[in-house]
Design a protein around this ligand. Structure first.
Ligand SMILES: [Zn+2]
Length: 306
């Protein structure tokens, strides 16, 4: 599956190039927007969470394409405390055929990959309906001998690797909250702290300005946009599907286009794919003069991986 995923990612970049899109950094995107430069279509590449695969798999491809990118990193991934329930569930279904989710009152018997995927999607959706449910999975993970802390180390870049990556000429590091919280579901004081503490943490670690933010799970509304601005970010991206229009641009609610993934579902995404797809999560498309690539890219993606 990694091969397929790499194929999809390379296909997406190749497609952009072929269609005459420039891949630009978020900073350059802002400059172009400010100067109303519409000379060429452009896209911004973004990755969420800071997976090792971003470096081991995606980076060589990005380098070959000379493609700048922004990676959004939650503090908890670096401190190995992220409640990465989507990875825990993936591990759970991968490691056994019979899975009982007590908190959900469900029992799954999954004898093949397809039934595992379906079950995983079901549990995933259940959590996405109410993120507080993520904590209710702790006992299930612990009973199954699954350590989220170990999964943190296995899947997410460590501090040293992120420091190194931040010096890469193509890379820019952005914020993604302290704990990967669904900001819209928590109180204002906590949401404010999630944004500001994460930004401070990254700036201290990297000794670089951290100007961009991605809302975990895309959970944001007007309040979160205000808070992101107040925390000192220059932009914030959502998981809302779309492109930058010419009017009413809201820098704190920028749309994105997922590559080969059901965007609102990090878990079914993780379940379907590994490798670069976990990494190459998103493609933020710049303004376009005609109908976008989005459908082509993601359509092809789904066809390729399913
Ligand atoms: Zn995320």
């Amino acid at each position: 599956m990694t091969g397929t995923s790499v194929e999809l990612f390379e296909y997406s970049l190749g497609w952009l190039k072929q269609e005459g899109w420039a891949i630009v950094s978020l900073e350059e995107c802002l400059e172009r927007l400010a100067s109303n430069d519409q000379s060429r279509r452009y896209a911004v590449l973004t990755f969420d969470d800071g997976y090792w695969d971003n470096i081991s798999v995606a980076l060589p491809i990005l380098e070959r394409n000379n493609a700048p990118f922004t990676m959004y990193v939650p503090t908890a991934a670096l401190t190995r405390t992220m409640q990465c329930w989507w990875l825990g569930l993936r591990e759970l279904f991968r490691s056994r055929d019979d899975v009982t989710i007590d908190a959900m009152g469900m029992r799954f018997h999954c004898h093949d990959l397809e039934s595992k995927r379906l079950a995983l999607t079901k549990v995933d959706q259940w959590v996405h309906q109410d993120y507080r449910r993520a904590e209710m999975l702790a006992q299930t993970f612990s009973d199954a001998g699954i350590s989220l802390s170990r999964l943190n180390s296995q899947y997410f870049l460590d501090r040293g690797a992120l420091q190194e990556l931040s010096r890469h000429p193509l890379a820019s590091i952005g914020g993604h909250t302290t704990s990967h919280a669904a900001l819209a579901t928590i109180d204002t004081t906590s949401a404010r702290a999630e944004l500001a503490d994460n930004r401070n943490y990254l700036e201290n670690l990297l000794q670089l300005p951290v100007r961009h933010h991605a809302y975990p799970y895309g959970a944001c509304g007007v309040r979160e946009e205000h808070l992101a601005k107040e925390a000192g970010f220059a932009t914030a991206v959502t998981t809302r599907h779309g492109q930058l229009g010419t009017d009413r641009l809201n820098q704190f609610a920028l749309p994105r286009i997922g590559v080969g993934s059901a965007f609102d579902s990090e878990i079914s995404f993780a379940a379907r794919m590994n490798g670069v797809q976990l990494a190459a999560q998103t493609l933020l498309a710049g303004r376009s003069h005609r109908q976008p690539a989005a459908r082509d890219v993601s359509g092809r993606g789904r066809a390729t991986v399913s």
